[in-house]
Design a protein around this ligand. Structure first.
Ligand SMILES: Nc1nc2c(c(=O)[nH]1)N(C=O)[C@@H](CNc1ccc(C(=O)N[C@@H](CCC(=O)O)C(=O)O)cc1)CN2
Ligand SMILES: Nc1nc2c(ncn2[C@@H]2O[C@H](COP(=O)(O)OP(=O)(O)OP(=O)(O)O)[C@@H](O)[C@H]2O)c(=O)[nH]1
Ligand SMILES: [Mg+2]
Length: 463
């Protein structure tokens, strides 16, 4: 566990690695201004012009050489992102230049920042809570607009505000019970016990409800894997390309074209999706094709959602039976491709009924793109259910939060049951304090270094 050396002045490149039009080096801590002023030479001094974008040059004192020319900004504490003195140096986006500026700052007494350390300091100085910090991290990592929106709301405190309301409610109950413990004449009568029990049951249901959104929230965060399975030549690779909007996979009229699985990521609706194209499933003596077919079965087994593709022109085929046997108890969709040639949704519905499978069937054409929108909507529905955008105020996207909410709800239940059973107030109080602590863990109020270490290890350096 690293001990936090809060006195150090830290430095890091804040922009992504690689060549760009500009690049930013950020310095935070007591010495930020003096180190920044040593490095940056302009007509106007940083110290005397806070919050101003100043023009000047970056110099390497030891080599007595100008490194680059650029801009610098000084944010005096506590009016900065970290709540400490911060200096930003905006140079050209050359990794060589940026690394050299960092090296100069290190020589002047700064220390290289660890992952997430700027944000950690913002939390430490009360500029953000832990859940907001995680929101910033998730915003940076977001792959879909929906993920970004959710993460930005969390960064602005949307989750923290809800938790705050829960904690207030818990505290009111705690105060009520504590005073019954303190003053014997304020013993709880049966009526107020009943009212408290009802309040706790309501709060417990809310916590459970919020924790339960993680099922969907996890998918929003991690995405779903989607395997495209079917007989050779039904148009799996064509469908893969159509869903990706590229010519990623090779398509030919020859059955057995795809030999190995291919993976690409895409966004379907609001979901990040990992699409997997597979080799057509059939008996074959070709050793390469046979290995491909084995991989198709593995992809079929591992996928969150299976697209079972049939050929409308060819109609249902006896060989399809072996694939259908793998679709029981699975999240799957029957896709009838080549529907531009002949409509065949009915005959595939019949095939499924014969095998006692109840799957949605969607007719599409990878060629004309007809039915693709309906297919995408069906994928989203099968993956996350109908609840996706139906009335969630909020989605929990973080396992840590879901676990803490579940712990809190369990502690509340214990408190409620002991209160109801007529135990003395100390017993339910212990549960209530436990619940309060679990909710506090989410926003980092409890300041447990172990939690901080785990969370901030998932940040990038310079953030
Ligand atoms: N150049 C730059 N852009 C950035 C950041 C940054 O650090 N630098 N951010 C970092 O992730 C985000 C913005 N976050 C920030 C939050 C607070 C303050 C800040 O200095 N707040 C002062 C107000 C300063 C003023 O308005 O005069 C304060 O609230 O007191 C700056 C950036 C996104 N864009
Ligand atoms: N008319 C029509 N033809 C299609 C459609 N989709 C694919 N095809 C044709 O079907 C043939 C096979 O397409 P692929 O996408 O390679 O089929 P596949 O299922 O990946 O085949 P394997 O990789 O061999 O398993 C090609 O000639 C495609 O042009 C469609 O929607 N309509
Ligand atoms: Mg193929």
């Amino acid at each position: 566990m690293p001990t936090y050396d809060w006195q150090d002045t830290i430095v890091a490149i804040a922009t992504p690695p690689g060549h760009g039009s500009i690049g930013v080096v950020r310095i935070s801590g007591d010495q930020a201004q003096s180190i920044g002023s040593t490095l940056f030479r302009g007509r106007r001094s940083l110290a005397k012009h806070p919050f101003r974008t100043l023009r000047g040059t970056f110099v390497d004192m030891a080599a007595d050489e100008t490194i680059d020319d650029g801009l610098a900004v000084y944010f005096p504490a506590p009016r900065s992102f970290t709540g400490e003195d911060v200096v930003e140096l905006h140079a050209h986006g050359s990794p060589v230049v940026l690394r050299r500026i960092v090296a100069c700052a290190l020589r002047e007494g700064a220390r290289a920042a660890r992952p997430g350390e700027f944000t950690l300091r913002a939390v430490r100085h009360g500029r953000l809570d832990l859940a907001q910090a995680e929101g910033i991290r998730d915003l940076i990592a977001a792959q879909t607009t929906y993920q970004a929106r959710l993460a930005a709301q969390q960064a602005r405190g949307a989750l923290s505000t809800q938790l705050y309301a829960f904690k207030e409610q818990l505290l009111t109950t705690i105060v009520h019970l504590e005073s019954a413990v303190e003053f014997v004449e304020e013993q709880l009568d049966t009526r107020s016990r009943t009212a408290l029990v009802a309040d706790l049951a309501e709060l417990e249901a809310k916590l459970h409800g919020l924790a339960a959104t993680y099922r969907t929230g996890r998918l929003v965060r991690e995405g779903v894997s989607l395997a495209i399975i079917g007989r050779p030549n039904v148009g799996k690779s064509s469908l893969f390309n159509a869903l990706l909007d590229t010519d990623r996979a090779i398509v030919t009229a020859i059955a057995g074209t795809t030999r190995d699985t291919l993976q690409e990521t895409a966004t379907i609706g609001d979901l990040p999706v990992r699409l997997i194209d597979t080799a057509g499933i059939r008996d074959t003596s070709d050793i390469v094709e046979r290995m491909g077919v084995e991989r198709s079965y593995t992809a079929l087994a591992d996928a969150d959602v299976v697209l079972f593709v049939g050929d409308a022109a060819a109609g249902p085929h006896p060989d399809e039976k072996r694939v259908l046997d793998h679709l029981r108890q699975r999240q799957a969709i029957c896709v009838v491709n080549k529907s531009d040639l002949v409509p065949a949704v009915d005959s595939f519905q019949k095939l499924l009924r014969q095998h006692h499978l109840d799957l949605p069937v969607v007719g599409v054409s990878a060629h004309t793109r007809a039915g693709l929108d309906q297919l995408k909507a069906t994928i989203q529905q099968v993956a996350v259910g109908t609840t996706f955008d139906a009335g969630h105020d909020w989605l929990i996207t973080e396992a840590r939060h879901a676990a803490a909410l579940t712990t809190a709800a369990a502690a509340l239940r214990q408190a409620r049951e002991t209160l109801q059973a007529g135990h003395s107030e100390e017993v339910p109080l212990a549960g209530l304090h436990q619940a309060l602590q679990a909710l506090g863990d989410i926003t980092g109020e409890t300041n447990i270094e172990a939690i901080f270490d785990r969370v901030f290890a998932t940040f990038c350096i310079g953030k």
